[in-house]
Design a protein around this ligand. Structure first.
Ligand code: MRU
Length: 352
């Protein structure tokens, strides 16, 4: 399986996703600040992967700290948490992971642990977050594969694969699990402008696993559905509001509306760490606006005229009415999502 992000001794190592598939280069982060920078600059991306990296970064920061005692370490740790939380606003997994690390720190500090003991505690917590994410992906895969018919042609958007998680993937976990069950499947990977997560990362991952993959630009999704060449859509999510509205990579909303028009199932696969019950609906989800240069330039070459206005929201919100089901590691949630998502977060074995 792909090593998306790994703890190695006293460094956090991650494959540089900006360079794939042309180059397989690994970035070695030696401090919490370096991990935060890697998240901000998209060395690592994808909601669950960001959460795992942030947890490892905080553990690393505490381990490298030269604070004399727990009081000084607490001040430093809180600053690290703020820096980590300011990297990207939309994926709630980041804040979920930071809060888990804060909780672990508070438990250790209350028990009177030394800085070295706190460092070990946080390292253990980060490893748990990593390992739980892989397990969640496997479970989502098992639940989701049951929804994939033999011979299915699956359309996906962005990259919700091993690279976007600690391993195996959420949406691509469903694809992988169906393939592992011996189902004959084929994937359409939306290119996913402007960062090309679909063309570069999804296609690369799936081809490594020997899964038939066709890359299309997002503008091709409609005609391909109309031609009857797609059986279902499965995507990941960055944040799911309590009512089932789904924030995911920009362009997902368009795909969902197209799927609805063509009466195709539109599935979202995401761990419960992506569900944000504190946000009632999609209007409350903060949408990251990224650098205009991602749109104005391609590989350093300017592709738009000077003076053109540019928008670059990195995510959009798909209203829950377009979502057929949400596949979590605790079961498949169906409408009404206000009930089924709350049950999944509470830990119900099968929300629906
Ligand atoms: O900007 P990115 O590449 O971090 O956006 C990633 C996505 O939108 C993914 O679809 C989402 O995080 C789900 S990953 C399992």
């Amino acid at each position: 399986m792909l090593p998306t992000v790994e703890w190695q001794g006293d460094v956090v190592v991650m494959v540089d996703q900006r360079k794939l598939p042309a180059q397989e280069v690994y970035v070695r982060c030696r401090s919490a600040a370096e991990v935060a920078k890697a998240i901000r600059t998209m060395v690592i991306r994808g909601a669950p992967a960001i959460g795992v990296a942030a947890a490892m970064g905080l553990a690393l920061g505490v381990r490298k700290s030269t604070a004399k005692g727990t009081r000084q370490l607490t001040v430093e740790f809180n600053k690290m948490c703020d820096v980590m939380a300011a990297t990207r606003p939309t994926a709630v997994n980041l804040f979920w992971a930071v809060n888990r690390m804060k909780h672990a720190f508070a438990v250790g500090a209350q028990a009177g642990e030394s800085p070295a003991e706190l460092a070990r505690r946080l390292e253990d917590e980060a490893r748990h977050i990593h390992d739980e994410d892989v397990e969640s992906c496997r479970a989502m895969g098992a639940y989701g594969a049951a929804l994939v018919p033999e011979g299915a042609r699956i359309l996906t958007h962005c990259n919700a694969g091993a690279l976007a998680t600690a391993g195996y993937g959420s949406a691509l976990g469903v694809v992988r699990a169906a393939a592992e069950q011996g189902k004959r499947i084929a994937v359409f990977a939306d290119e996913t402008r402007p960062f090309l997560q679909g063309a570069r990362l999804t296609a690369w991952e799936l081809l490594r696993d020997g899964i038939e993959t066709t890359v299309i630009t997002e503008s091709m999704a409609g005609p391909i559905m109309r031609a009857g060449d797609v059986d279902l859509v499965v995507v990941g999510a960055d944040r799911i509001a309590a009512n089932g509205d789904v924030a995911n990579k920009i362009g997902t909303y368009t795909v969902a509306v197209l799927a609805h028009e063509h009466q195709l199932p539109f599935y979202v696969a995401a761990p419960v760490s992506t569900i944000d019950l504190d946000t009632p609906d999609g209007d409350g989800i903060p949408i990251e606006e990224r650098d205009a240069r991602e749109v104005t330039h391609f590989r350093g070459l300017q592709v738009t005229p000077d003076g053109a206005g540019i928008r670059n929201p990195a995510f959009d919100v798909t209203p829950h009415r377009y979502v057929t089901a949400i596949i979590t590691e605790r079961g498949v949630c169906r409408p009404p999502y206000t009930e089924s998502l709350a049950a999944a977060v509470r830990g119900a074995a099968t929300p629906c």
